[in-house]
Design a protein around this ligand. Structure first.
Ligand SMILES: Cc1cc2nc3c(=O)[nH]c(=O)nc-3n(C[C@H](O)[C@H](O)[C@H](O)COP(=O)(O)OP(=O)(O)OC[C@H]3O[C@@H](n4cnc5c(N)ncnc54)[C@H](O)[C@@H]3O)c2cc1C
Length: 369
C-alpha cells in the first residue's frame, strides 16, 4: 500500500474542511496539507443540502461559541463572495408572529419572539420591531401581527461557496483526495496513520471535519465519547408564479429547544422559493428520501403567514441531515484539540449555523493549532 506523507490532514471536504484547509494553507505556508474526502467531490453532503442562510446568531444561546462564530463568519463569507463578484442576496430575516396566535392565546409566540429579541440584544445584533403594517410594507403578501426584522442576514448558494474555498485551497497547494474514505486510524508517537481503501496517509496534525460521521471518525482515533443524532430537514419548492410571493427570509418564532429554526420561507439567489426545513429524527445518517413528509405539514406552517400558497404549488425538493449532538436540548459546536502532540482536533456537532460559521471556524482551528 502507498504511504503519503503530510504535515496536516483534514478529513472531510465539506464547507468546514475546505475553509480549514484554505486557512491553514495561508497561515502555515510550506506545510504539506491534504484533504481526504469519502465522496467524489466537495460539499456533497450537508454543505449543499441546507437553506444557504448566513445567519446573525440570534437563534443561538449568546454564550455559545456557535453564536459568536456565526456572527463573525457570516460577514466574512458575504464579503468573501462579494469581493469575487459571486451571488450574495442581502435580503434580511423577518421573524414574525402569526395572526393565528391570537386565537391560540397570543402569549406563547410573543414569548418565543421576546426570547429571541433578548438573545439579539445581548449579541448587539441590529434589529427593528415591525407592526403588522410595517411587515406588509416590506413583504406585501405576509400576514402577521408583528415581528422583528434583522437586516444583516444574507442568502448565498452554498455549492458556489464550498467550491470557491476548494479552488482557493487548491491554488495554494492543498492536495484533495476524493473517493478516499478514512476507514481506520493508528496513532504513532509523532503522527497519525489514516487508512483509506488504497492508500495510507501519515500526518502530524489531523482535523476531523467529517460532518455527520465526525463521531465515527473520532472513535477511530480513540475518542469514543461523541454521538451524533441525525435530524432530517426536508424542503418543498414553491412552483410557478407563487415563487414571487415572498422575497425575504420569513421565519416563525419557536422555543429554544426546538431541533431547528422552524419551517420558513427560503428564497434563493437564483430566484427560486423553497419552504422548510422540518425537523425529524431519522434512523440513519443517509436517510434522505425515505418516508417523505407529505406537504400538509409545510402548507400549515406557511399558510399561517401566506394563505395564497396551495398544496398544488408545492413539490418535494430535497432534504439535509443535521449532525446534532443531543436529542432534545440546545448544544454548542465541539471544536476541541484532543491531543497536543501529535495534534488531533475534533469538530463535532457542526449543525446550523455551520455554513455561516465556516470561515470563522477555520480561524478558530488555526488558533488552536
Ligand atoms: C436542513 C439543514 C439546513 C441548514 N441550513 C443552514 C443555513 O441556512 N445556514 C447555516 O449556516 N447552516 C445551515 N445548516 C448547517 C450546515 O449545512 C452545516 O453546519 C455545514 O454544512 C457543515 O459542514 P461540514 O463541512 O462540517 O459537514 P459536511 O458538509 O457534512 O462535510 C463533511 C464531509 O466529510 C465527508 N466524510 C464523512 N466521513 C468521512 C470519512 N470517514 N472519510 C473521509 N471523508 C468523510 C463527507 O462525505 C462530507 O463531504 C443546515 C443544515 C441542514 C441539515
Amino acid at each position: 500500500m502507498v504511504t503519503k506523507r503530510a504535515d496536516i490532514a483534514v478529513i472531510g471536504a465539506g464547507v468546514v474542511g475546505c475553509a480549514v484547509a484554505k486557512r491553514l494553507s495561508e497561515t502555515q505556508p510550506g506545510k504539506k496539507i491534504v484533504v481526504l474526502e469519502k465522496l467524489g467531490g466537495v460539499g456533497l453532503e450537508t454543505s449543499s443540502l441546507n437553506s444557504g442562510v448566513l445567519h446573525s446568531g440570534i437563534h443561538q444561546d449568546p454564550n455559545f461559541l456557535k453564536s459568536k462564530l456565526a456572527r463573525e463568519g457570516s460577514k466574512l463569507a458575504a464579503d468573501h463572495l462579494k469581493s469575487r463578484r459571486l451571488p450574495v442576496m442581502h435580503c434580511g430575516m423577518l421573524i414574525a408572529v402569526s395572526l393565528e396566535s391570537l386565537r391560540r392565546g397570543l402569549y406563547k409566540e410573543w414569548l418565543d419572539l421576546w426570547r429571541l429579541v433578548k438573545r439579539g440584544k445581548e449579541q448587539k445584533i441590529n434589529l427593528k420591531f415591525l407592526t403588522s403594517f410595517g411587515i406588509k410594507k416590506i413583504e406585501p403578501n405576509i400576514r402577521a401581527l408583528g415581528g422583528i426584522f434583522i437586516p444583516d442576514v444574507w442568502v448565498i448558494d452554498p455549492t458556489i461557496f464550498v467550491n470557491v474555498l476548494y479552488q482557493e485551497a487548491r491554488a495554494r497547494g492543498v492536495d484533495f483526495f476524493f473517493e478516499s474514505p478514512v476507514l481506520s486510524v493508528a496513532k504513532n508517537s509523532d503522527s497519525y496513520l489514516l487508512h483509506t481503501p488504497d492508500k495510507e496517509f501519515s500526518a502530524k496534525e489531523v482535523i476531523n471535519s467529517a460532518g455527520l460521521y465526525a463521531d465515527e471518525v473520532a472513535q477511530m482515533a480513540g475518542f469514543g465519547q461523541y454521538k451524533i443524532y441525525p435530524w432530517r430537514g426536508e424542503y418543498y419548492e414553491v412552483l410557478g408564479e407563487k415563487k414571487n410571493l415572498v422575497s425575504r427570509l420569513v421565519y416563525p418564532a419557536l422555543p429554544a429547544n426546538y431541533p431547528g429554526k422552524g419551517i420558513h420561507f427560503s428564497p434563493r439567489v437564483d430566484g427560486r422559493l423553497f419552504v422548510g426545513p422540518n425537523a425529524k429524527l431519522v434512523p440513519r445518517k443517509n436517510y434522505y428520501t425515505e418516508e417523505k413528509t407529505p406537504p400538509e405539514e409545510f402548507l400549515k406552517a406557511v399558510n399561517r403567514f401566506c394563505p395564497q400558497i396551495k398544496k398544488e404549488d408545492l413539490v418535494w425538493a430535497y432534504s439535509g441531515i443535521r449532525p446534532k449532538l443531543t436529542n432534545s436540548e440546545e448544544s454548542d459546536f465541539i471544536i476541541k484539540l484532543e491531543y497536543s502532540y501529535p495534534h488531533w482536533i475534533n469538530l463535532i456537532g457542526i449543525e446550523s449555523p455551520g455554513l455561516s460559521s465556516a470561515i470563522a471556524i477555520a480561524k478558530y482551528v488555526d488558533k488552536l493549532l
